[in-house]
Design a protein around this ligand. Sequence first.
Ligand SMILES: Cc1cc2nc3c(=O)[nH]c(=O)nc-3n(C[C@H](O)[C@H](O)[C@H](O)COP(=O)(O)O)c2cc1C
Length: 194
Amino acid sequence: MKVLGISGSLNTNGSTAYAVQHALEHLMEKGVTTRYLTVAGRDITPCDGCWACRDAGVCVYGGDDMDEIVDSMRWCDALIVGSPVYFGLLSGPLKIVMDRSLVLRTGDERFEMTGKPGAGIACGGFRNGGQEMTLKCIQTWMLIHNMIVVSDGAPFSHFGATIVDDARSDELGLKTVRNMADHLQAVTARMGVD
Ligand SMILES: Cc1cc2nc3c(=O)[nH]c(=O)nc-3n(C[C@H](O)[C@H](O)[C@H](O)COP(=O)(O)O)c2cc1C
């Protein structure tokens, strides 16, 4: 089983990076193959809606730093996306990545992420700061990619993993991260992926 984790924060040492890597390390301990990517340090041109990918199957801006993310989304069996909460929503750099992922979903029969389980992690500075709305943004993107959206699983099972303030000291939040990772692995395994 191959799980990709994407941090949607420009902060390479912040809560989002930590929480996404925490999920991947938890999965690696159970024998899962993982790959970690971050939006930080990437030069990604925003989608301008030209729709050239619909006919060509490639983006006119292909060749920039989005290529590795697209390749990794093709590579993975399951996907974890983390975002900091910015004004109650996901981060801008992550939204640019989401829009550029259109090349994987160009219509008709071409929905390359079909059936892959996915789950989110939202890291906010405050309780009720918009973590649920941020998770909904991530899940909406996954649904439009024809993916299977996964909750944070038992024993809590709500909308995904949530962090309040510094992830390193949010024990309950990190438990939702590990629960989510376990649930994602279980759902992916039930689909017959080793
Ligand atoms: C522009 C901006 C907007 C933010 N808006 C919110 C918010 O609406 N709700 C919240 O809980 N935290 C908000 N925060 C705090 C961040 O979500 C929080 O510090 C988070 O841990 C940052 O993630 P990072 O450590 O991965 O960078 C905001 C931070 C910034 C910089």
